[in-house]
Design a protein around this ligand. Structure first.
Ligand code: GLY
Length: 587
């Protein structure tokens, strides 16, 4: 498994997290904790609209669109295409994702623009003649054969048609990205670090190397990075509209180059791509409504299953940093991820018992299997019986406009820089989303995730995702906050952490995002935690209960969120100190 190489951060950020951990005075199980104070920046406060993304330039593009009369959906579309320029590891035209939209009148919808398997893909397409999973070139991770049919452009088209303000055209929304690609962007510290860290990967294919290396050398922080091929692609998309990507010259360029490299995607696949509107999955946590992404994402259902389990415990009586809380969080994660492996897949192809998985009675049954003093082993915890991975470089951004429309969008190339294959002449890096299928059900993918038969490869099917763009509503039904993250399977647990931090520990959106996180995904049976995230005493206590701690600490996710301040209506934008290269944008 290739990992994003760098999780180093500025000393300042480390100190912030240390200060945060230190400020949480451990309490016994029975003492009451009302609030948690943390050393954390204030979120960006905006009276009208706010955009929180990993990249400051892209966030400003979204703010500018809102200032020109666009709504949150218009802004999100402009941010999505801008991130394809400024954050090429995950921002994309060659990938796919999910956009959750909540309109000012309270209607909520989910746009599914996940990649689709090409027609030539079949159950064993990534197995060799001996039935083993193909590693490297020709497999589901690396190179031209790993790409599913990209959905981003169709997804943006659908969102714009149905939910845009119609004050700005498609061409106007694409224009800022075209200008950034044509004129070049200043390489940020994060971009330089990402390009260097992925140097071997980006050097595998001549076209990719030509674009992402500076005449064979590294781009350094502060250098100008121009992407003229990508700018020309944007110009074609402006002239021809989204159809150009699927039926025009861009489609032909993608298909011809993939064909030359043993890829699977044909013109028919491109023409046949459809973005779909889906009904969000809904649950409650302590009376607050949770609205999240349904299949083909596992994110919403697994999140709600975990929240339902945790609702049975009184976190207000447990210190935030206590091993009691970590123990229960881990046990909830273990059980919901076991169900994910067994039950989840594309509901256009397989039956998934969503209603059963998010049922409160089912959670109560699962809770009975949790010993408050002892870790289960993942061997014991098989999937229950409900009725009825980023390197994990995905990226999340969120927008709230002046009228109260909101977008939570997570999209991805899967791996950092996707398959590392750029379609010649287009500047478009292709996804390796086919690895989110179970290449061989029962064997782990690049995130170590075990996946079942329901997620086997099939023509035109969508691979299972963990992306979890989510809205949390106040008890009066108004929007409280939006949240989401990259991180492969860690995404769902990052969103869980942030939601419980806010609801159970009264953190504001920035504190909730900054706070250290944990991750458990059933198999591998290990508890992952962040540098400085667990005190030595807590580690000892968790180990004594039987938890297996992964000692290779790493930062988890890159969560962006927006909270609406109840008294003032101000929009509070928060970006994650783990990876973002600038503050949220607002006005
Ligand atoms: N490729 C990461 C996800 O969809 O969950």
């Amino acid at each position: 498994m290739r990992r994003t190489t760098h999780r180093l951060r500025t000393l300042g950020t480390l100190l912030l997290l240390l200060a945060f951990a230190a400020s949480l005075v451990p309490n016994s199980l029975n003492s009451t904790v009302q609030t948690t104070s943390a050393a954390s920046r204030e979120p960006v406060r905006a009276r009208h609209g706010v955009v929180a993304s990993i990249n400051e330039v892209a966030s400003k593009v979204g703010v500018d669109i809102m200032k020109r009369g666009g709504n949150a959906v218009d802004a999100a579309i402009a941010v999505a295409v801008a991130l394809a320029v400024t954050h090429p590891a995950a921002g994309n035209l060659g990938g796919g994702g999910f956009m959750m939209i909540r309109l000012k009148d309270g209607r909520t919808t989910a746009i599914d623009y996940r990649e689709m398997a090409p027609a030539a893909a079949h159950r064993n397409v990534y197995l060799d003649k001996d039935g083993n999973v193909i590693k490297g070139e020709g497999g589901s991770i690396e190179g031209y054969r790993a790409a599913g049919v990209p959905g981003t452009v169709r997804g943006m088209e659908l969102a714009l048609k149905k939910y845009g303000s119609h004050k700005l055209t498609w061409a106007q929304l694409v224009e800022p990205a075209r200008v950034l690609a044509a004129n070049g962007i200043k390489v940020t510290y994060n971009l330089a670090r990402g390009l260097r860290g992925n140097n071997d990967y980006l050097s595998k294919y001549a076209e990719t190397k030509r674009i992402y290396l500076n005449n064979g050398n590294f781009y350094n922080e502060g250098d100008l990075f121009r992407q003229p091929d990508l700018a020309a692609t944007f110009a074609r998309l402006q002239r021809g509209g989204p159809n150009e990507f699927y039926e025009g010259q861009t489609a032909r360029m993608i298909v011809d180059d993939l064909k030359a490299h043993n890829g699977l995607i044909t013109m028919e696949d491109m023409r046949g791509y459809v973005a779909k509107e889906r009904e969000p999955v809904r649950g409650t946590y302590r009376g607050y409504e949770i609205v999240s992404m349904p299949p083909p994402s596992s994110g919403g259902a697994v999140l709600i299953e975990m929240l339902n389990i945790l609702e049975g415990y009184d976190f207000k009586k447990m210190d935030w940093a206590s091993s009691d809380r970590y123990h229960l969080m881990t046990e909830a994660m273990r059980r919901a991820f076991a169900d994910r492996a067994e039950y989840m897949g594309d509901t256009d192809f397989v039956k998934v018992p969503i209603a059963g998985l998010i049922d409160k009675n089912y959670a109560a049954q699962l809770r009975k299997s949790i010993d408050p003093n002892r870790a289960s082993t993942s061997e014991q915890v098989k999937a229950g019986k409900p009725t009825g991975y980023e390197s994990d470089e995905t990226t999340h951004f969120t927008v709230v406009d002046a009228e109260g429309n909101a977008v939570a969008n997570t999209y991805t190339l899967n791996n950092s820089f996707g398959s590392a294959a750029v379609a010649k002449g287009t500047g478009i890096i292709m996804n390796d989303e086919m690895d989110d299928f179970a290449a061989k059900p029962g064997t782990p993918n690049m995130f170590g995730l075990i996946q079942g038969e329901r997620n086997a490869v099939a023509p035109r099917k969508r691979p299972l995702s963990a992306m979890t763009p989510t809205f949390v509503l106040r008890k009066n039904g108004s929007l409280w906050f939006t949240v989401g993250s990259p991180g492969g399977p860690t995404i769902i647990n990052t969103v869980l952490d942030v939601i419980t931090n806010v609801i159970d520990y009264n953190m504001n959106i920035q504190q909730a995002i900054d706070a250290p996180r944990i991750h458990h995904q059933w198999l591998t049976d290990e508890l992952v935690y962040e540098p400085y995230g667990l005190s030595g005493d807590t580690q000892k206590s968790l180990t004594a209960r039987g938890h297996k701690l992964n000692d290779k600490q790493r930062y988890l996710g890159d969560c962006e969120g927006i909270m609406i301040e109840e008294k003032t209506g101000f929009r509070l934008g928060a970006v994650d100190p783990r990876r973002s290269d600038g503050p949220a944008g607002g006005y």
